[in-house]
Write a protein that binds this ligand. Structure first.
Ligand SMILES: NC(=O)c1ccc[n+]([C@@H]2O[C@H](COP(=O)([O-])OP(=O)(O)OC[C@H]3O[C@@H](n4cnc5c(N)ncnc54)[C@H](O)[C@@H]3O)[C@@H](O)[C@H]2O)c1
Length: 434
């Protein structure tokens, strides 16, 4: 049945969700405090990068099924998709959720549905939103339906994942969860699992925490293997031959607005219990310093001002997102220690020490740091690079580059987690498959 839906927050989550509902038989009003987002949307334009989203938005705006405005409006459904960042002292900043909830209170009427989609600490729906919504004089779960349905989509494939991912739907009671499930069934083809709002909040945080903890384990393994004098990547490959083991991969740190943030929401709530979660966060946060220290050791022979070329600055490969990127921390440390820097990233521009041309960036360099495994860095011409470099060190923090090409060009391939500095063996060549 067609509903009037008001989506509060038109970012990476709220905008695709709005467009999806609007293209599946509903009338959607998108609300954002950012005037530019609203103005552009009403012209059928978007200001974020996401494959397919521009075309979808253009068509639903043209059809009159999606419009944007600065403030909410009376609707049958309210979906809140505002940011839930972290403060400097690692606490959830729920001010956006509170403001968004306050902005809808006066519009809620009997039979409406209110859904929190933002990733939130346990208790946000029932202890933060509910007291605000009570000002409406209506009873949640009786007069209107309230719940939390976290979003699991991956940027770059949001539209397919919105449809195909399984969804968790947590209600303040069963009828709320059922009403929310009924709404999402407009377009969701994945399974939908009903639970309580607080359980749904914990599920979302735990999904990201699971990944963060496992990356921390891999990072710890990388440090251990460097001390023991073996190759962590070989250890990981061999361990993962076990039918019930799936070790993650080490790297220069964990960034983004999910993995580097959400585990802290759990720690904040139960600091005396969430020991592994906290230690994992700290382990991953230690990686930029670790990489910086390794660079210092590797270049300790050089008495002149040292030049480092950094390949990649985003928090993960093949995207333009720099939020919480650990690479920026490595760069800051190098900058403060008076290294000369040249930084290349094919996806972003406008940063300090930016260089668009890789050969130019490598000219006079003592060490090239592969920081992000963007596809564009897979086919580097190391022969040419070796001719323009002053030193000969390629420090690969992702075990991504072609070992043979590097060695054949007279360069040294140093891989994070592999202490065999002069080895010509890549981990694929070790006699493990015989
Ligand atoms: N981006 C992702 O990949 C992803 C994935 C899963 C979950 N999430 C979660 O979804 C939530 C939203 O994330 P996002 O990436 O869409 O954020 P975003 O920063 O891209 O967009 C949020 C939007 O909300 C607007 N806003 C802030 N306060 C508002 C208010 N009071 N009223 C109206 N608009 C307001 C902002 O102007 C912004 O346009 C967060 O909790 C995030 O953790 C994000």
């Amino acid at each position: 049945m067609e509903k009037n839906i008001c989506v509060v927050g038109l970012g990476y989550i709220g905008l695709p969700t709005s467009a999806m509902f609007a293209s599946h038989g509903h009338k959607v009003i998108g609300v954002d405090v950012n005037k530019k987002v609203v103005e552009e949307l009403n012209k059928g334009n978007i200001i974020i990068e996401e494959p397919g989203l521009g075309e979808l938005v253009e068509s639903v705006v043209k059809e009159g099924n999606l419009k944007a405005q600065i403030t909410p409006i009376e609707s049958d459904v309210f979906i809140i998709a505002v940011p839930t960042p972290i403060t400097d002292d690692k606490r959830a900043d729920l001010s956006y959720v509170k403001k968004a909830t306050e902005s809808i209170v006066k519009f809620i009427k009997e039979g409406d549905i209110v859904i929190l989609e933002s990733t939130s600490p346990t208790g946000t729906t029932e202890e933060v939103m509910l007291p605000i919504l009570n000002r409406s004089g209506l009873v949640a779960g009786k007069d209107y339906f309230l719940g939390h349905s976290p979003e699991r989509v991956l940027p770059g494939q949001i539209l397919q994942e919105l449809i195909n991912n399984n969804r968790i739907i947590g209600g303040v009671n069963k009828v709320s969860a059922e009403a929310i499930k009924d709404l999402y069934s407009s377009f969701v083809k994945g399974e939908m699992y009903l639970t309580t709002a607080t359980t749904a909040e914990m599920c979302k945080m735990m999904e990201n925490t699971f990944r963060d903890v496992n990356i921390a384990l891999a990072n710890e393994l990388a440090k251990i293997c460097e001390k023991v004098g073996i190759n962590a990547w070989e250890v990981i490959e061999l361990c993962n031959k076990h039918p019930r083991v799936s070790l993650h991969q080490p790297g220069p740190g964990v960034g983004g607005h999910c993995l580097a943030v959400d585990p802290w929401f759990i720690v904040e709530r139960v600091p005396d219990i969430a020991n592994i979660i906290k230690l994992s966060r700290e382990t991953n946060d230690s990686m930029p310093q670790y990489v910086f220290n390794r660079i210092g050791e590797l270049l300790s022979y050089e008495k002149r001002r040292r030049k480092v070329t950094v390949l990649g600055i985003t928090y993960k490969p093949n995207i333009d997102d720099m939020r919480e990127s650990p690479i920026t921390e490595i760069i800051d440390k190098l900058d403060k220690s008076d290294y000369e820097l040249a930084i290349v990233d094919p996806y972003v521009s406008g940063f300090r020490h930016e260089e668009r041309d890789i050969l130019k960036a490598c000219t006079g360099s003592d060490l090239v740091l592969l920081a992000v495994n963007h596809n564009q860095f897979k086919e580097l011409n190391f022969k040419e690079i070796s001719e323009v470099m002053r030193g000969n060190l390629i420090f690969d923090t992702r075990n991504f580059l072609n070992n043979e090409d590097i060695i054949n060009s007279g360069l040294a391939h140093i891989v994070l987690g592999n202490s065999k500095r002069k080895s010509t063996l890549s981990y694929n060549e070790v006699a493990i498959t015989q």
